[in-house]
Design a binder for this molecule. Structure first.
Ligand SMILES: Cc1cc2nc3c(=O)[nH]c(=O)nc-3n(C[C@H](O)[C@H](O)[C@H](O)COP(=O)(O)O)c2cc1C
Length: 232
């Protein structure tokens, strides 16, 4: 039988900053330190197709800055075509953490906003630092295309690898290797364990806000953000 506690425990997200990108940074760095998180830089990206149907997939977070979150993909992929049609997206991170009693808990960050392309110079610099296997994959594959010939992909990959090994051939960034930055307009943090009433803290970008006229429960953050708590 499960033990019934005699007290309700509340989880409280610590406001380390009133700028949500700063809270993201502190959570991301903590997630990387926590050994329960095997792949902390993975995220789920949801796009919307031209019929309004959502589509999600896993990507690697390739960087972030004060403006937003960076990812790389193939400009001919399903997601890239969807982004061209509708740049509004949502991404989700999920991580584990340990509380003071070493109980396992979970953190989630949901971001909504608009995708913009990264500058070409940044894409080239990033591609040149990619492992050779990733460069070959990017040069050979047309992501999301139907194929009935995987052997051809292997042959082409091997040929390219041989050129690199034998001739010292340098693989340049293909045009379709594209970087994007998600410019957030909403960032929501969620934190809790199995034993707590969990906490949610949502930041919304509200550039023309009147500090004297904020709705009940909405507070002024930094850099154009307002924040509020949501019931879990
Ligand atoms: C762990 C993991 C990491 C991935 N990272 C990337 C990535 O950074 N970029 C990318 O284009 N696809 C990545 N993929 C593949 C995507 O999940 C997806 O299959 C691919 O991008 C095609 O998506 P689309 O057809 O919706 O465009 C990753 C898959 C996994 C399982």
């Amino acid at each position: 039988m499960t033990r019934i506690p005699n007290k309700v425990y509340m989880e409280e997200i610590e406001m380390v900053s009133k700028d949500p990108m700063e809270i993201f940074k502190s959570w991301f760095l903590a997630a990387k330190e926590e050994k329960d998180n095997v792949l902390p830089d993975l995220l789920t990206l949801a796009t919307v197709d031209s019929n309004g149907n959502p589509r999600a997939r896993t990507l690697v977070l390739r960087g972030y800055d004060d403006k937003g979150f960076k990812i790389y993909t193939d400009g001919r992929s399903m997601k890239a075509r969807e982004l061209e049609n509708n740049p509004h997206v949502s991404i989700v991170f999920v991580w584990s953490f340990r509380d003071d009693q070493k109980n396992l808990g979970n953190k989630q960050i949901r971001v909504e906003g608009i995708m913009e392309r990264l500058p070409l110079t940044e894409e080239i610099a990033y591609f040149n630092e990619e492992p050779l296997s990733a460069q070959i994959r990017a040069a050979v594959c047309i992501q999301s295309r139907v194929t009935d010939d995987r052997e051809k992909l292997q042959e082409q990959s091997q040929k390219l690898l041989d050129r690199v090994r034998v001739e010292g051939y340098r693989i340049d960034k293909p045009d379709h290797f594209q970087g994007y930055r998600l410019l957030p307009n909403t960032i929501e943090f969620y934190k809790g364990t199995r034993h707590t009433v969990n906490d949610r803290l949502r930041f919304r970008l509200e550039m023309d806000v009147n500090p004297g006229q904020l709705p009940l429960g909405t507070y002024l953050g930094d850099k154009g953000w307002v924040y509020e708590r949501l019931e879990p």
